[in-house]
Design a protein. Structure first.
Ligand code: NDP
Length: 450
């Protein structure tokens, strides 16, 4: 590796020893931008790579709230305002017990590249809390969200920082967060959060956007590699949340046969094809577990998760779409998928594939769609929601979906072109890193040392 990049990587590792996910995300980018650094010697003097890696600001705060029994609970809140080079800070909020600074920083770092790739005027950020919404009553979730926003409101604004949802933060949470922001600010700043419900500022097609966008990207990648269609292909999708459900919906509309979905306890395998209406009922309305699918489909199989790896990756499939969480496909799972003849893998979740698994896919000629590019449809549609809020006007579902599709086509082209131009033909992960980095680096150079 280039001496400058090697030095930056070593320093990053030394400075962030307790942050393995963050180091993983940075290493993945650094190891693929060498040709860009070779072509732009001025970036070293300007410390462009170091500045891209160091977040502009990290905010952590205490979130006190009272549960239904009257017991006071304390959680930790985060907002990592990573980069405001291309627009207001923008990125989701995650509520999950695993949330810590390393996870917030890796997600924020990934977000700046993703947002740059979208071509829209948005910077990068991420936030959240180690609060676990699972098993909490609506009132508990509301009290938590109100307390979280009572601190967060000082740091956000429609031209400053615009949060959205992520794991554990959907329409219900965004509603409570928005209500509290509006109450504190005494004004209707519709564009301060995205992922709002339709009817009070939300955009049509935002709910569907990440999953649909993933399938648009996959369609382009398959087409570019001589696979004209999804028709008849077997697809397995991990997760059963927002991204997984709408990836399933769009893949089914293209004639694919989605045969498995999962949650953190296990996966369902339905050879006949997943009954998505039932999954929506269980997950979106009842907030239940995926296992309950068997109550109406006795012929389907439920495979409980007993070890580290998700059993879903042992099922024979043509296309695997990890849409749950980080590092969910390790080398063991990648080997199973390759042995079972997988054709393509598309990352709906953020960093769901470990570095050795990515390498293994690439060595075995599996088409690989990287998260930064393939799941950028969600944030892109959030940016479309922001522009509708500014205009005080709504587009139809078809208008938003058409824009989303075009954005995903453009993102795929950027990845493809960058990978070819810099000697990584067919490696769309490297292409995404390079195309995103170039946008950020150029803006950083132009905006001076700030
Ligand atoms: P949801 O909370 O709607 O769903 C998450 C799903 O993944 C659930 O089925 C959940 O199962 C499962 N899951 C979460 N954590 C784990 C874990 N540690 N191990 C196993 N399964 C897990 O989240 P989203 O669908 O919104 O997000 C999924 C992924 O997509 C995340 O990586 C997120 O960062 C990424 N993403 C989301 C975007 C969006 O617009 N929502 C945009 C871009 C990326 P369980 O219920 O058992 O916890």
């Amino acid at each position: 590796m280039n001496r400058y990049l090697e030095k930056v990587l070593e320093e990053t590792k030394a400075k962030n020893v307790n942050e393995p996910e963050f180091i993983q995300a940075v290493t993945e980018v650094i190891t693929s931008i060498e040709p860009v650094i070779e072509a732009h010697k001025e970036y070293e003097r300007e410390a462009i790579v170091e500045r891209v890696i160091e977040p502009e600001r990290i905010i952590t705060f205490r979130v006190p709230w009272t549960d239904d029994r009257g017991q006071v609970q304390i959680n930790r809140g985060y907002r990592v305002q990573y980069s405001s080079l291309l627009g207001p800070y923008k990125g989701g909020l995650r509520f999950h017990p695993s949330v810590n600074q390393s996870i917030m920083k890796f997600l924020g770092f990934e977000q700046i590249f993703k947002n740059a790739l979208s071509g829209l005027p948005i910077g990068g950020a991420k936030g959240g809390s180690d609060f676990n919404p699972k098993g909490k009553s609506d009132r508990e979730v509301m009290r938590f969200c109100q307390s979280f926003m009572t601190e967060l409101y000082r740091h956000i604004g429609q031209d400053i920082d615009v949060p959205a949802g992520d794991i554990g933060v959907g329409g219900r949470e965004i509603g409570y967060l928005f209500g509290q922001y509006k109450r504190i600010k005494n004004g209707y700043e519709g564009g301060v959060l995205t992922g709002k419900s339709v009817g009070w500022g939300g955009s049509l097609a935002r709910t569907e956007a990440t999953g649909y966008g993933l399938i648009y990207y996959m369609r382009e990648m398959l087409k570019a590699n001589g696979e004209e269609t999804f028709e008849g292909k077997k697809v397995t999708i991990s997760g059963a949340g927002n991204v997984a459900i709408y990836a399933c919906e769009k893949a089914q509309s293209y004639g694919a046969k989605v045969i498995a979905l999962s949650d953190s306890n296990g996966c369902i395998y339905d050879k006949k094809g997943i009954d998505l209406q039932l999954v929506k009922q269980i997950k979106e309305i009842e907030r239940g577990r995926i296992k309950e699918y068997l109550r109406e489909h006795k012929e389907a199989q439920y495979i409980e998760r007993t070890g580290e790896s998700n059993p879903i990756w042992e099922i024979e499939t043509d296309i695997a779409l990890p849409c749950a969480t980080q590092n969910e496909i390790d080398l063991h799972s990648a080997t199973k998928l390759v042995n079972n003849g997988v054709l393509a893998v598309g990352e709906g979740a953020n960093m769901p594939t470990t570095p050795d698994a990515i390498e293994y896919f690439q060595k075995n000629d599996v088409l690989f769609a990287p998260a930064k590019a393939a799941n950028a449809g969600g944030v892109s549609t959030s940016a479309i929601e922001m522009s509708q809020n500014s205009m005080r006007y709504y587009y139809t579902f078809e208008e938003v979906d058409r824009r989303l599709e075009q954005i995903m086509v453009n993102i795929f082209k950027s990845c493809e072109e960058a990978s070819e131009k810099y000697g990584y033909s067919g490696n769309y992960a490297a292409g995404a890193n390079i195309a995103g980095f170039l946008k950020i680096a150029k803006a950083m150079y132009a905006q001076g040392i700030v």
